[in-house]
Ligand binder design. Structure first.
Ligand SMILES: O=C1O[C@H](COP(=O)(O)O)[C@@H](O)[C@H](O)[C@H]1O
Length: 223
């Protein structure tokens, strides 16, 4: 794991957006398309605001979420909504979007359909992850009903429910996350830094982020 400590989060978001744009550009030099996985939640919005204006051939960038909350796009909790409002806009409006949500009561009903659409996009070319203070990443939560399946199974996508998540989730499995050619984790604040430090001495069953850390570049700013 490589750890980069930034003077402030504005600088971090700007720098990281440029790093991600550079990696996508490099991928497009040698591949027909680049697959790009990003988190939802409260952290990545400012990165998306910069990245969406990057001068890239976005029509060859396939954007997907690392995980989704099983709520319609009209909900404030929808990660898809965040993406549409802040990443898939400006120049990046030309990107191909690979959904992790479809209209159904439960994620299980759409798992096989969404997995089939995801398979041709793998391995992920460039990935950005987030992390909660409880050490979950994507939607792989400590205490989740399908934790072992998400950490150790071969499926691409896993549907799960967890005490720390107010709604059902769908998440890329640890296997898919670890397969990404380039892996970045972005976190802000001392609470998450301390959680990350603790996670390094823990099993993935207690601290799911630990399953993805080897080979990942961590970007951190205090505030
Ligand atoms: O629920 C989620 O949480 C994590 C962390 O979110 P943050 O608000 O603490 O940045 C996020 O990475 C994940 O995509 C999201 O669904």
């Amino acid at each position: 794991m490589k750890f980069i400590d930034y003077p402030d989060s504005d600088m971090m978001m700007m720098d990281l957006a440029n790093v991600l744009a550079g990696e996508l550009e490099n991928t497009l030099l040698t591949h027909d398309f680049a697959s790009f996985a990003v988190p939802g939640g409260t952290t990545p919005g400012p990165i998306f605001d910069v990245l969406c204006a990057a001068d890239l051939d976005w029509s060859r960038v396939h954007v997907m979420l690392t995980d989704e909350r099983w709520v319609p796009e009209t909900s404030d909790r929808s990660n898809t909504r965040l993406l549409r409002e802040r990443l898939l806009t400006n120049r990046a409006a030309k990107a191909v979007y690979v959904p992790l949500y479809a209209d159904a009561e439960t994620p299980e009903e759409k798992l096989s359909e969404l997995s089939d659409a995801l398979a041709p996009e793998l391995p992920i070319s460039v990935m950005l992850l987030g992390m909660g203070a409880d050490m979950h990443t994507a939607s792989i939560f400590p205490g989740a009903d399908q934790l072992d399946h998400a950490l150790n199974g071969d499926d691409l996508l896993v549907a799960m429910r967890a005490p720390g998540a107010p709604e059902p989730r769908i998440t890329l499995s640890a296997n898919v996350l670890r397969g990404a050619m380039s892996r970045h984790l972005v976190i802000v604040g001392n609470e998450k830094r301390a959680a990350l430090e603790r996670a390094q001495g823990m099993l993935p069953e207690e601290a799911p982020i630990a399953a993805i850390l080897p080979g990942t570049t961590v970007h951190w700013a205090e505030s």
